[in-house]
Design a protein around this ligand. Structure first.
Ligand code: TXA
Ligand code: MG
Length: 364
């Protein structure tokens, strides 16, 4: 299949400002051209095609959420297990009514506070939301992304857009158009090539379908922020707190398996072996250097990943991209320094780091 690549980088907040607020003619033209390209992609979505698009978290691979055949093609293009439900993306908060009829006061508060943004809400689904989207569950995941391209695409498509991350199953989530082109070029209809994703890790997934809200996947919107807005306790899926859970659990261990179906698969796997070192900062640094030298003597290519202390925003922004770069460089072994978990975003990046390393963690 030939994949069309449309450059839409000009449809961003800065250019929109220049065009709409300052009346800059060149910006106006660039924005309009990008909008027209997004419009062509929206037509393809409406016709049952697959379109990859940027969001502020990671790139998504979208299909019309109400077209079962289109949704099934997403699984095929990604090589993704069929029971793994997708997030449905909307462009206006009021469109949430097409997906759920159970709008709780908690949901309304969270929508007002965090949408558009990196918070996905799991709620009871309406009967007509296809089972292919929800993996047969009676709940649906909904999010309104904070990105002008994503918003324009969904708005022009005129339908909610079901979209997992736009990577091949098992690969790191894509945060640049080049990542999507590499993974899905030739497998889907259109790639909307925007800029780099601002956040860099996937949205927080919050289950609102039970009594107590539960974080199923940590992200940029943290449990504390959510608890503040709701004025009540927010739980974290206990599976996220464990340090020793290999993906693909069976038997008795399945009881501790993550509740978001997607969290149980081996994710973000770099080709390289990966080891996370945890402990006092100076010790971690020294141990990384020692192990690097040792392994290089043995002829192995070693990459290191050591984010600045406390700059969790940068860690989130660069994490998946660095994993891909290390793989491209033919790295055999990745030595990564753990992030302290106190901050919500640090915790979210650590969740991805542990998965990438297959829970291969040592204390130093
Ligand atoms: O930031 C994001 O969330 C990105 C962008 C494209 O929006 N999307 C994304 O989708 O990361 P995906 O498919 O890679 O991850 C969705 C996660 C999976 O872990 C999935 O199991 C969980 O959300 N999920 C979806 N629907 C669910 C449901 N009804 N109940 C529980 N978990 C659900
Ligand atoms: Mg994914």
């Amino acid at each position: 299949m030939e994949t069309k690549i449309y450059q839409v980088e000009d449809l961003n907040a800065d250019m929109l400002d220049k065009a709409d607020v300052y009346g800059d003619a060149a910006a106006r033209q660039a924005v309009d051209a990008a909008r027209a390209a997004v419009g062509r992609a929206a037509g393809i979505l409406r016709g049952g095609g697959l379109v990859a698009f940027p969001t502020e978290t990671v790139y998504g691979l979208g299909a019309d959420a109400f077209n079962e055949a289109a949704v099934r093609k997403v699984y095929a293009a990604k090589g993704r297990p069929q029971d793994n439900p997708m997030i449905v993306h909307i462009a206006r908060a009021s469109d949430v009514g097409a997906l759920t009829s159970a709008l709780s006061p908690d949901m309304v508060k969270l929508i007002e506070c965090f949408w558009p943004g990196s918070l996905t809400l799991i709620v009871k689904k309406r009967a007509d939301v296809p089972a292919a989207v929800t993996g047969g569950l009676d709940t649906v995941a909904v999010r309104m992304p904070d990105d002008p391209v994503a918003a324009e695409l969904i708005r022009q498509a005129g339908t909610p857009v079901a979209a997992p991350s736009a990577n091949l199953s098992g690969k790191p989530s894509p945060t640049k158009a080049a990542h999507v082109i590499r993974d899905l070029g030739g497998r889907i209809d259109v790639i909307l090539a925007g800029g780099e994703c601002r956040v860099g890790i996937e949205s927080t997934v919050l289950d609102l379908s039970g009594e107590t809200p539960v974080i199923l996947r940590p992200g940029a919107v943290t449990a504390d922020q959510i608890a503040d807005i709701l004025g009540k306790e927010v739980e974290t899926d206990p599976a996220l707190l464990r340090r020793d859970v290999p993906d693909g659990l069976t038997g008795a261990d399945a009881a501790a398996a993550p509740k978001a179906p997607g969290m149980k698969y081996r994710h973000y796997a770099p080709n390289a072996e990966m080891l996370v070192l945890e402990g006092r900062r100076d010790r971690v640094k020294n141990e990384i250097l020692r192990l690097k030298a040792l392994n290089e003597k043995l002829g192995r290519r070693v990459g290191t990943m050591l984010f600045e202390e406390k700059s969790f925003t940068e860690a989130a922004h660069g994490f998946f991209s660095e994993l891909r770069d290390l793989d491209d460089a033919g790295t055999d072994l990745i030595l990564a320094g753990a992030l302290s978990e106190n901050d919500g975003l640090g915790f979210a990046v650590m969740n991805r780091m542990m998965k990438a390393a297959g829970y291969n963690i040592i204390k130093v």
